[in-house]
Structures are given as structure tokens and as C-alpha cells.
Design a protein around this ligand. Sequence first.
Ligand SMILES: Cc1cc2nc3c(=O)[nH]c(=O)nc-3n(C[C@H](O)[C@H](O)[C@H](O)COP(=O)(O)OP(=O)(O)OC[C@H]3O[C@@H](n4cnc5c(N)ncnc54)[C@H](O)[C@@H]3O)c2cc1C
Length: 484
Amino acid sequence: MQKTNTKNEDIIIVGAGLAGSEAAFQCAQRGLKVSLFEMRNENPESLTPAHKTSLCAELVCSNSFRNSNPTTSAVGILQREMIACNSLIMKHAENNRLPAGSALAVDRNKFAASVNEEISKHPLINLQRKKIDDLPKNIPTIIATGPLTDSILASKIQKLTQQNNLAFFDAIAPLVYYESLDHSLLWKQSRYNKSFINNENLNNAEKENNVENDGDYINVPLDKNQYYEFINNIKNAETHPIHTWEKNTPYFEGCLPIEVMAERGVETLRFGPMKPVGLKNPNDENSRHNLYAVVQLRRDDQQGRLWNIVGFQTKMTYKEQIKILKTLPGFKNVEFARLGGLHRNTFVNAPQILNKFLTIKNQPNIKLAGQIVGVEGYLESAAIGLLAAIFAAQEILNQKNIMPPIQCALGALMTHVSGERKNKLSTKIPEYQPMNINFGLLPNLVENQTQKKEKIRGKEKKARLAEVAEKHFAQWQAEINTSA
Ligand SMILES: Cc1cc2nc3c(=O)[nH]c(=O)nc-3n(C[C@H](O)[C@H](O)[C@H](O)COP(=O)(O)OP(=O)(O)OC[C@H]3O[C@@H](n4cnc5c(N)ncnc54)[C@H](O)[C@@H]3O)c2cc1C
């Protein structure tokens, strides 16, 4: 990717979602002039099936960037690395944080509005509300148009890469209004009382709003009979029809609709999002015996008006969702701010069509970034946007491309995208499927024979992996800073 244009921009970025916004900011921070194109505008017809606003970096479903503890979660390690890279997305996520245990949940509107504002005001970023139908030629470009890439551009990418698009289904969980629930039947508690609020981590806005220190989740208790009846209702529910062109599209395992989980076995949900562990119902003295399953709701906005039913993504028809969810304790008069839904999700076979620095092999001026390269999740999408920008800037500024090492989360994610993981870890990867960051992507800890004998496991292993990641990440950062 050589610098070929000096008039209007150094780089074009298409799509101002999580990846595109991060990429634009990172390029601009490196002194590049950015033209950022986003098709969404004030006209509702310009929106994708999942976006509701024209704001940059809108979160289309959950309001969570997931676990932010690096010693227990690889997501936490990725967050830490992104913060160290001066990530735009992480900065605004932290600034708009809501109480959600160890998860980094945000007020979605404030988050997107503040990213939008920073992008719009940045002196080196020219945000243009325009749909791009053709792949730019000659000018360095990052395509970050996401899982709902407009069909015309998607077909151009498909044609260029001579690949059949791969796709899977992603589902959205319903949102309910706090005041419509009967709280006398529910209680607030974080699992094992691990409350974000208890960490004394509230921002000033939350302190001013008197966020209560009584647990971050609303819990809906179910006894054994209620649970089996609920599962039965889900199994018998009518679902949205699947179009013929979607017939062979698989589900993403990390985001299965509840009816698919219920079909897998009557106890599946009870060992998944409905697990009753780490909770005690204060309204029920025999809670230990009666709490067979639980539905959890997580705050979705700062005022605490909107609550997301955790893990309840679904493709049941709206009528069935309303009917079945109203049978839950405390839900008799529930009002929904949004019902669950299902969308097709498009991504390319990155190991085949991209080089290891995210450039399309047969079109060297174009990089792909975000979910479209086959990562899954807000954070991972933003992380790939960040890396695409770093690589693009290195090329434009005639610096050496340096890959983050596999031992850190950014590097581990890249080895998935580039297919390198298969070579480095000799892992058998059957087919290219979207991936969240997870400890399984990081290489085994064993560095010498003594450690081999020690067989570090569980929490200790995660903490060690986090330590190793930190060390290798710091080395990479020092290296790219030196070569800049
Ligand atoms: C329905 C659904 C639900 C999801 N739920 C979650 C969730 O709960 N948690 C989670 O972590 N991840 C979720 N994901 C996955 C993923 O994290 C998000 O889709 C994330 O937004 C991807 O980031 P991105 O930047 O790659 O794409 P996006 O954030 O979608 O950004 C792409 C941008 O490109 C624009 N665009 C598209 N085509 C064009 C064009 N031709 N010209 C100009 N602009 C264009 C779009 O308008 C959009 O703004 C979900 C995905 C979907 C589809």
C-alpha cells in the first residue's frame, strides 16, 4: 500500500462502525488525512436491518464489551491492549460505563454519540455520509462495512476475491422497560455478588444518578416446574421463516438463539444463560432448593430504564416472544423496548483472500477490517480496525509492518484471521469460522521443562497467560514505536 494521493486524503475508510471509526481515529492520530464514508444518515431508509441511528459505532444489540478482567478473561486482555494503543472505542466505552459486574457495559446512546462527536470534530477526518458501491482503486483503502455490508459492495468484494461469501446467523435479545416489571417477585444481585459498583468504579454521572449499590442484574427466579414449562413453550413457539437463500447458513455458537439451545436439550439453557449459580433469592427462604433456573436482566442505559434479557437472543416471532416472556415471574405487564430478532451475518474467508496484514491479495490498495474478516464481537471488530489502521499507516509512511506476537491478544486474534494459528500451534482447524478472542487462541504456557511438570491450570493458568501477554505486547509496542 503506497501513498498515491496527496490531494484530498491519504486513506479512504468505508464504514463508520466499530472497526471503521477506530481505524479512522488511529490513522488520523498517525497524521494521515482520512476520508471516512458511512452510508447511514438521517433518512431511515439508509439504515441497515440492525442499526437504528446514523451515529458512528452504534452497538446493534447487546450494550456490553464483555468481561474486562484480564486475569480471568482473554477479552479483558484484549481490552487492556487496546487501551494501551489509545483505542477510541475503549476510551468512549470506559467514559460511558454502566454497572454490570465485571463486564464493560455502556450506555449505548451516549457511547455512540460521543464516538460520533469525536470523529466528526477530528481535524484530519472527513466524515461523509455516502454509500460506496465500488472498491476504490489506487488510493489506500480500508473496507470496514461489517456483517451487514450493503449488497452492491458485498457483491463487488465477492467478485474481486472470487469467493463465495460465508455467512452465519446472529440473533438479538429483547429489551424491556424497568418500570413495567413487578419487582416484588424479582431481586437485584450480581452472581457471587461480584458487583461493578462494589469496585467503587462508578463514574460521576452514575454517582449523581444515585445508582443503587444492590447488584447489577435483575434476577427472575424459576422453580423446576416453571422452568420445564418455559422450555416447553419455547420449543413449541413459532419462529421467523428462513429464506431459501439462508437455508444452509449455520448459527454462530457464541450467540445461539434460545430456541436452538432448548432444542439441544431440556437442561441446555439451565447450564447456559439460565444457570442459577452464585445467586440467592431474598424473597424465598428455600431459595437453594427452589431456584432451579434464573433469567437475568442487565442494565442497558444509564438511567436504568432499559434492561436487556441476558443471552435471550431469539428468532421466535414477535407474537410468541411477547406471549412466552409474559409467563415469567414479574413479567405479567412487561413492556418491550425492542423484541429479539435474527440477521444474516456476512464474512469472507480471510486466510484465503487476505495477506497477513489484512490486504486483499489481488488488490494491494485494499485492506478489510472488522467483523467482515471473520472475527465476532464489538471489541474484536474494533481491534481489527485498530490493527488495519496501524498496518496501513506503516505502509503509507514507509515503515516496516510488524505483526503483534501470538502471545498477546491482538496477535492471537490475527493468527486466527491469517490462518497462521494452524501452522504455529499445529491445531486442526476444520473450516474458517468467525471467532471471539479467547484463551484457546493464545499459545500454551509451557516455556520450559520445569513449567511442563508444574501443569498450571484454571485461574492460575489464566493469570499467567495474562502476564505473558502483557510482556509480549509491551515488546511489540516498543518495537513499532521505535520503527515509527
Ligand atoms: C444483528 C447483529 C447483532 C449483533 N450483536 C452483537 C452483540 O450483541 N455483541 C457483540 O459483541 N457483537 C454483536 N454483533 C457482531 C458485531 O460485533 C457487530 O456487528 C459489530 O458492529 C461489527 O463491527 P464492524 O465495524 O465490523 O461493523 P459495523 O459496526 O456494522 O459497521 C459497519 C458500517 O459500515 C456501514 N456500511 C455498510 N455498507 C456500506 C457501504 N457500502 N458504504 C458505506 N457504508 C457502509 C454500515 O452502515 C455500518 O455503519 C452483532 C451483529 C449483528 C449483525
